[in-house]
Structure formats: structure tokens, C-alpha cells
Design a protein around this ligand. Structure first.
Ligand SMILES: [Zn+2]
Length: 398
């Protein structure tokens, strides 16, 4: 059974211990110590990392009465080691965890809204509240939680028998049997918890809720405390400062400015596609006018600048609305797109022509006898055009 120093002393960041056993955990070397300040993942709080003698502690795992330390290299049994916890990581976890107790207590006291679960991620933590909560109520509880932070109240650890605990105003019923470890935020909250906590609420620094969503009939709130609140503020600042500069608006005007731009963009797209459609008709007439008119089928093979695949299709469709036309149109910018089409009396199988081109110049595509589309052709444009022209002319003559 490992003596857990962090149970009574959350501020312990270095300690001496003896390696009592060497084991394996999921294929990696792991050791048990007679005593440890390394916190194993539990109760929503992630594990500690750090140094154990000359090796790294990569993960700490709760295993029944023991604490497993997954290490970067083998360590000898019986060795006396000096251990150090990665304090920046642990202190961050303590800020989030104590912050969670204060925040949950605020929702409990002001709204009688219970915290059902708590999860701490790498960038933000979440709590799931039993009931839905309005944005105004979230702000009210966040204000209350920060008041407790700024009053710098003591946070203490004490142990109680189940009988003693039953007489205390615990925020939620404990799930464990036997003696309970209680975390008390002076005159504000008492909860049964095995986690590590700061000694005074002032160390939490600040509690900020960054998101709220409906979740399982209640609310899931995302929050950040202390250093994470500062990092989040910096991220938001950089995003907002960059955006207001390029849009020339004030920060609070950003959402409506973006909405306006999206609307304008949608209207512009509509206008462009209408103009493109009418331009396609003109382009089709121009191309047909240039094509030699005889009693046979008019063949048009062209590279068109500034048209994408859908533009090429619109032009080809407009051209083949005329009688006796067979066309192959290519985009100028790589990867080259192509449309092959014909009028009902156009004399070619458009898909067959396309497949011949794809077989020789690569790319993919398909279609029917009257219209086929492809993209991703590679090679010398002049060679591609020559190939298209000769295979169309060959099948027209047949
Ligand atoms: Zn806790």
C-alpha cells in the first residue's frame, strides 16, 4: 500500500522514497514506491509527471491500494530515489480542480443546480450541470465564484468518518465507503474529493466560462482557471485584434460585421453565377461563329481562359443546343478540366472521346454519349488539344 503524500500535503513537489517493486504497465516499465506525491488519474484530474531519480515519470496510475509510476527506463528494486513532480503541470491541475469546486458550489448555492460530472482536458475543463442554465445565470454564478477567489479564502483538507460526514453540508453524497477526505473552501463548500488543491482560493486567479451547450437534459459548461484563463485571453485577443483591424470595426461589432459579409458574399455568388450563365451563351455563339461552317458537323476544340469546370459545361451545353456540333473545351489552369459534348446529331460518343484522352493524359471523369466531363489531365496543352481534335474528327468522318 503506497503512502499518498498528496492526500495531506498537496503542495509537496519533491520527496525521497524507496522503490518497493518493479513491474510492467502496458508494456512499459513501472515502479511502486513506499510513498509518493505523484497524483494518479482519478476524479476528473489527470496524472502527474516528473522525475524519479535519473528517469522520467511518464504517467501515474491508480491501481487498487497502490500507485504505479510508469518510467522511461528500468529502475532497480530497493533503490532510494529523489523524486520531483512537474510542478507547472500539477499547479495548473490544482488551479482547475479547486476552481471547479468553487464554480460547482456557486451553481449549487445560487441555483440549486448540481454538478453531475467533471472532466479536465489539456486546454479546458468541463462540468455537466443537472439542469439547463440561462446565459444570465451562468454569469451570475461565475461572478459569485470569482468573488470567492478574490476573497482568498483558505482551502483545507480534513478527514471524517461517514457519521461525521453525514452531519456536514456536503455538496454531494460521497460514493466511497469508510473514512472520507473532505476539501473545504472556508464558509462556502465542503466536498468529498481525492484530488489535489491549492491552499487558498486566491491561487485559482480567475474562473472564466468559455462555452455552454445543452447536454443530456442539462448543461455542459467549459471553463478555464488561472494560467489557462490568461492563455485563453491572449488567444482571443490575437484573434479579435487581427479581425477588427482587417474589418475596421470595434470588437463588439465583429459578429454583425461577419454576418453582413456572409450575406454580401452569398449575393455576389448569385450575381456571378447569373452573369457566368449569360456570358456562357455569348461565348458559345462566338466559338460557333469562328468554327468553319460547311454541310458537315462543326468541330470546336479550344482552351478557354478564366473558366472553371462548371463554366466549360455551361458553354458546351449552349453550343450543343445548336445542330450538328461536336466540342471539346479545356480549362487553361492546371489541373486541366475538360468537357466533351455533342448535339443529338453531333456524330460522336462524348464519353468515348473523353476516355481516350484520360487513358493518354491521366485524370479522371466520365459521362454519357452527349456530354462527358473530366479533370486532372497532365501534359503539353498543345498535344492534348491535337489529340482531342484528331479523335473527334476521326469519329465524325466515320
Ligand atoms: Zn474534487
Amino acid at each position: 500500500m503506497t503512502d499518498r503524500i498528496y492526500y495531506t500535503e498537496s503542495s509537496c513537489r519533491a520527496f525521497g522514497a524507496v522503490v518497493t517493486r518493479v513491474v510492467e504497465h502496458e508494456g512499459r516499465p513501472a515502479v511502486l514506491l513506499d510513498r509518493t506525491a505523484f497524483y494518479p488519474t482519478s476524479g476528473g484530474q489527470p496524472f502527474d509527471t516528473g522525475r524519479l531519480g535519473t528517469v522520467d515519470v511518464l504517467e501515474t496510475v491508480d491501481q487498487d491500494d497502490d500507485v504505479l509510476h510508469v518510467v522511461s527506463a528500468q529502475v532497480a528494486e530497493g533503490l532510494r530515489v529523489h523524486c520531483e513532480i512537474d510542478w507547472a503541470r500539477r499547479f495548473d491541475h490544482m488551479q482547475q480542480h479547486t476552481g471547479q469546486h468553487v464554480l460547482s458550489a456557486a451553481f449549487d448555492r445560487l441555483l440549486d443546480n448540481r454538478t453531475m460530472s467533471f472532466h479536465m482536458g489539456a486546454d479546458a475543463a468541463t462540468i455537466d450541470l443537472a439542469r439547463d442554465v440561462s446565459p444570465a445565470d451562468v454569469e451570475r454564478c461565475v461572478d459569485e465564484a470569482n468573488r470567492i477567489v478574490w476573497e482568498d479564502r483558505p482551502v483545507t483538507i480534513r478527514f471524517a468518518s461517514p457519521e461525521e460526514a453525514a452531519r456536514l453540508p456536503l455538496r454531494k453524497e460521497p460514493v466511497r465507503q469508510g473514512p472520507l477526505r473532505l476539501i473545504e473552501v472556508s464558509d462556502f463548500d465542503v466536498s468529498a474529493c481525492g484530488g489535489t488543491h491549492v491552499a487558498r482560493t486566491g491561487e485559482i486567479g480567475m474562473i472564466a466560462v468559455t462555452g455552454a451547450e445543452r447536454f443530456r437534459g442539462g448543461s455542459r459548461l467549459t471553463f478555464v482557471c488561472g494560467g489557462r484563463a490568461l492563455r485563453t485571453l491572449r488567444t482571443y485577443r490575437d484573434a479579435v485584434v487581427g479581425s477588427v483591424r482587417s474589418l475596421s470595426v470595434l470588437p463588439h461589432e465583429l459578429p454583425s460585421a461577419i454576418e453582413r459579409m456572409q450575406l454580401e458574399h452569398k449575393q455576389t455568388r448569385k450575381t456571378v453565377s447569373r452573369l457566368q450563365a449569360s456570358l456562357a451563351v455569348h461565348e458559345a455563339s462566338r466559338l460557333l461563329a469562328e468554327a468553319p461552317e460547311g454541310d458537315g458537323i462543326r468541330v470546336v476544340v479550344q482552351v478557354l481562359d478564366g473558366w472553371d469546370a462548371s463554366g466549360l459545361k455551361a458553354i458546351a451545353t449552349a453550343m450543343t443546343a445548336h445542330e450538328k456540333v461536336a466540342v471539346a473545351l479545356f480549362s487553361s489552369a492546371p489541373p486541366i478540366a475538360v468537357v466533351v459534348a455533342r448535339s443529338p446529331d453531333g456524330g460522336i460518343d462524348a464519353n468515348a472521346i473523353l476516355q481516350q484522352l484520360l487513358a493518354r493524359f491521366g485524370g479522371r471523369g466520365g459521362g454519357k454519349a452527349d456530354l462527358a466531363q473530366g479533370a486532372g489531365l497532365t501534359g503539353d496543352p498543345n498535344e492534348i488539344i491535337a489529340a482531342a481534335r484528331s479523335s473527334i474528327e476521326r469519329s465524325v468522318r466515320l
